[in-house]
Design a protein around this ligand. Structure first.
Ligand code: ADP
Ligand code: ADP
Ligand code: MG
Length: 454
């Protein structure tokens, strides 16, 4: 492998370029016409425009991406997260073109990237799953019977969903039929696949996930992350290791993720996501993401491992590092989005003014910014991720407070005031949270008093 094409944009494209460079690889950055000025284009060795702003015609345009690889002589493609990263047909096409896809092969993505199929695979590997349907629901009468058996409220999920989209809750049977039909129609339109499945709603649970890495023969884990602070089922704050888990539960959770990865001869980086009920100590598999995740730096900060470099090494035929990864301290990541928390998180594209990035030990800012950069309005609002490591959770919280105070992104509204407020919240300080906690906290906290536009 000599030249890596990055089929993504934003902060993750920058992150992949850095890993590629550390491995001595040349880089090709593809971009839409709206992204000609993005940081990754400036950093890469070569850049190729692949289409208009609309992602369907650029970042999701497999033909244009493969053509860019042919033209530049790239021999590998990193898909980042989102876009084509969990698209099995794309992984197949990359391989058929004789290139290396940095991720699992199409068959593994088909099995684990389909959320309903992955549940069945988890059950086969003796990993506890949320009570629900066995695979996708084909018949509405059967589904309604099962929902009644599980007990309302039930969750209706799109098998192809992701990024918090394609999920609905039905409170009773009457609602269930309407919601399920609508969910299927919407999933067909959004993901090209109308398959839905149902799950019991696990109330007041935490979101805990395990980072794994496989080489097709063996698999290992790099410990857990907790991502319970969510808005609209999207993570906004992640940390690791989860302070809610004792040694025994952590051990059980991490080994179940490795068991699942081994059961499918997993190859590449992956994340096994669970809901964890800390009253009963039970955990339930919800899905597997067959790609690098947004919050991977949390794990990198506590293990010292470069997960992106590691996934590239494995795609080249490298083996996973045997044994248990060492782990040191506690890390926290917050997602700086170009959104105005004082105005219901309205997206706030604009021009980046003065930028000050904290230079401190154990602090990292993975981002896509430079002064004068005009953020295009067409894509995800993630600007960057501020990540800190401390000796323990209290130390990490303190360091985050200092780092946030030093981080200045002028000219834009960002989610920074949300995190400043959260650092003062007693429930956050004591980690007494669950996946619905943030939404109910936001109902009683007026963030409009902050000064979101710096
Ligand atoms: P993570 O699981 O890494 O925390 P998110 O769930 O926030 O990541 O998703 C990362 C990015 O990928 C987001 O931009 C999200 O909108 C996008 N994404 C994830 N899954 C899908 C999907 N199935 N279809 C479209 N976009 C997706
Ligand atoms: P996505 O593919 O969009 O990431 P997930 O299945 O991972 O969807 O779920 C996203 C979030 O929705 C979870 O982190 C959790 O907050 C919530 N959630 C998912 N399934 C359940 C469930 N069965 N009960 C309660 N909350 C759930
Ligand atoms: Mg998820």
């Amino acid at each position: 492998m000599q030249k890596l094409l990055i089929a993504n944009r934003g902060e993750i494209a920058v992150r992949v370029i850095r890993a590629a460079r550390s491995l001595g690889l040349k880089t090709v950055q593809v971009h839409s016409s709206a992204d000609a000025d993005m940081l990754a284009v400036r950093l890469a060795d070569e850049a190729v425009e692949i289409g208009p702003p609309h992602a369907a015609k650029s970042y999701l345009n497999a033909e244009a991406i493969l053509e860019a690889a042919r033209r530049t002589g790239a021999d590998a493609i990193h898909p980042g997260y989102g876009f084509l990263s969990e698209n099995a047909a794309f992984a197949d096409r990359v391989a058929e073109a004789g290139l290396t896809f940095i991720g699992p092969n199409g068959d593994i993505i088909r099995l684990m990237g389909d959320k309903a199929a992955a549940r069945q695979q988890a059950a086969k590997a003796d990993v506890p799953t949320v009570p629900g349907s066995n695979g996708i629901v084909a018949d509405m009468d059967d589904a309604a019977r099962l929902a009644a058996e599980i007990g309302y409220p039930v969750m209706i999920k799109a098998a192809a969903g992701g990024g918090g989209r394609g999920i609905r809750i039905a409170e009773n049977e009457e609602r269930f039929r309407g919601h399920a039909t609508q969910a299927s129609t919407e999933a067909k339109a959004a993901f090209g696949d109308g398959g839905i499945y149902i799950e019991k709603v696990i109330a007041r649970a935490r979101h805990v996930e395990v980072q794994i890495m496989g080489d097709g023969t063996d698999a290992v884990h790099y410990w857990d992350r907790e991502c319970s602070l969510q808005r609209r089922r999207q993570k906004v704050w992640e940390e690791g290791p989860s302070a809610a888990l004792g040694d025994a539960r952590r051990e059980a959770l991490c080994s179940s993720a490795v068991d699942l990865a081994r059961s499918v001869s997993y190859k590449g980086a992956g994340t096994v996501e669970y809901l964890y009920d800390d009253e009963s100590g039970e955990f339930y598999f919800i899905e597997m993401n067959t790609r690098i995740q947004v919050e991977h730096p949390v794990t990198e900060m506590i293990t010292g491992v470069d997960l992106v470099a590691e996934m590239i090494r494995i795609a080249q035929g490298g083996k996973v590092r045997p044994g248990l990864s060492p782990r040191n301290g506690h890390a926290i990541e917050v997602r700086l989005n170009a959104e105005d928390p004082a105005n219901d998180f309205m997206p706030f594209p604009g021009v980046v003014g003065r930028l000050e990035i904290p230079e401190m030990a154990d602090v990292r800012f993975d981002h896509m910014l430079y002064e004068g950069y005009a953020i295009p309005p067409f894509y995800d609002s993630l600007l960057g991720k501020l990540v800190v490591r401390g000796d323990d959770r209290a130390d990490a919280l303190a360091r985050m407070r200092t780092a946030l105070a030093k981080l200045k992104i002028e000219g834009l509204a960002t989610t920074k005031p949300l995190f400043e407020a959260l650092l003062d919240a007693p429930d956050v300080q004591s980690n007494s949270v669950h996946t619905r906690w943030l939404e109910s906290w936001l109902e009683s906290h007026d963030l409009s008093k902050g000064r979101p536009v710096e």
